[in-house]
Ligand binder design. Structure first.
Ligand code: ASP
Length: 440
């Protein structure tokens, strides 16, 4: 059977198992379209409330989960050499997948030229109120790249914990966990403590998943009601290029990657992580989806040792969907404003997109903020920058849902490949979707 058919069937099986979440997405889209043309303040308030309850509950467990997962993961690997090997492989694999994303994004944007003739459209559609806040956000992003990296080192980890700054949290926890692994047996009390924290947060994740269908429904409906479907007609070429890029990542790049670097069947993997993919789409947040991503991988054959270490890092650092969007969006604006796209500039855009995407947090809208890092060096006038940026904001949510699905899927692709290479996959379980344990 053709690979693409296998993938579709596997996704179908995943959806069948989780038909309620899938139904939530479809119903959310339909209700959102209806609400766009028949707005109701009461219904919107209720939808926002239900969606926020789900998101806040799931976000509530992210920090304890990330901290405990990384500590258990690293101390269970223990040996420095092996840890270094995992780390290098992880960076290499994430690098390959993100490079593929920017190359595909740049190639599609240059072939289809979605930005040509779009300047007037941007001027008309970049909402004035958004422009003002965009100007402030851009000003905050003016710092150079070194300052951004400096910000990753927390001078006070508790400040980062309190404000939920994921990258500094991860940097601190990584260093702390490696130190714990080094000190030997005296680490037992702390490691046992975090083992209990991890088990409890996974249990809470199970409970929260009872709310997945209504939560995803409400989030999708309120997102769709804000942009309607007319948006697809007006900037169809831009969205088409993005959508095509995401599909190529999902159905060409990841299968090839898995074939090349592992024995994992992409169809089985997608079936195993279908819930995480759907929740990623609904929440537009890799971090919020992380508890579920870990649950799907661990309950369906990928060892705890690998997933607890690789997935938290992936949810924060590996953003290939975001990198693809950033590349397409910047080329789109350059085309709209007549900036000549010399090869050197395209390479600069692609490289900066890799940096900008990996510095963005796994929360809704973060990728659009870090895009300023790329846009600042493009030679656009301040007015064009603000209008262009504001325009991207108006179509933000729909692209965010799609790119987050891609970001989360690639985290699972990389973790599966590393687990395969390390003999840390239970293939009898992974390749047998009928036996998958339910989450929730
Ligand atoms: N929402 C994305 C994520 O959580 C990040 C982005 O804004 O691109 O993966």
């Amino acid at each position: 059977m053709k690979l693409h058919m296998q993938i579709l069937i596997a996704l179908g099986l995943g959806i069948k198992r989780n038909w309620h979440i899938f139904f939530g997405i479809i119903a959310g889209i339909l209700v959102g379209i209806f609400l766009h043309s028949h707005p109701s303040a009461l219904v919107s308030t209720i939808l926002t409330f239900v969606g926020q309850v789900f998101i806040r509950l799931i976000q509530m467990v992210v920090i304890p989960l990330v901290v405990s997962a990384i500590i258990i993961g690293i101390t269970s690997v223990g040996d420095n050499k092996q840890l270094g090997k995992f780390g290098k492989k992880m960076v290499l694999y994430y690098g390959i997948i993100t490079s593929a994303a920017v190359i595909i994004g740049a190639a599609l944007a240059l072939i289809f030229k979605p930005g040509i003739g779009a300047a007037n459209y941007i001027a008309e559609n970049a909402a004035a109120e958004v422009q003002a806040s965009v100007a402030t956000a851009m000003a905050q992003q003016q710092g150079n790249i070194l300052n951004i990296f400096l910000g990753f080192i927390p001078s006070n980890p508790f400040h980062s914990f309190a404000y939920g700054d994921m990258v500094p949290i991860i940097v601190f926890v990584l260093i702390f966990a490696v130190a714990l692994a080094k000190v030997g047996d005296v680490n037992r009390p702390i490691v046992s403590f975090f083992e209990s924290v991890f088990a409890a947060t996974m249990k809470i994740t199970d409970w929260i998943m009872f709310l997945a269908a209504p939560g995803v429904f409400a989030l999708t409906a309120s997102a769709v009601s804000s942009f309607g479907i007319d948006i697809f007609a007006s900037i169809s070429k831009y969205l088409f290029v993005l959508f095509l890029g995401f599909l190529i990542q999902l159905f060409v790049v990841y299968p090839l990657f898995l074939k090349f670097f592992s024995k994992v069947s992409v169809a089985m993997l997608y079936s195993a992580v279908a819930e995480a993919m759907m929740v990623a789409f609904g929440t537009a947040s890799s971090s919020a989806t992380l508890p579920l991503t870990i649950a799907c991988c661990e309950k369906r054959g990928i060892s705890h040792k690998i997933s607890s270490f690789v997935l938290p890092l992936g949810a924060t650092l590996n953003m290939d969907g975001t990198a693809l969007l950033q590349t397409v969006a910047v080329i789109f604006l350059a085309q709209a404003y007549g900036v000549p796209l010399e090869p050197f500039l395209v390479i600069q855009i692609a490289l900066l997109a890799i940096v900008a995407s990996s510095t963005c947090a796994g929360i809704p809208g973060a990728g659009l903020i870090t895009i300023a890092l790329i846009l600042n060096g493009m030679g656009l006038s301040p007015e064009q920058l603000v209008a262009g940026f504001a325009f991207l904001f108006t179509i933000e949510r729909v692209t965010d849902m799609m790119r987050t699905l891609v970001n989360v899927t690639s985290d699972t692709v990389v973790v599966a490949a590393i687990a395969d290479n390390e003999n840390e996959i239970n293939y009898d379980l992974l390749n047998n979707p009928q036996s998958y344990e339910e989450i929730a």
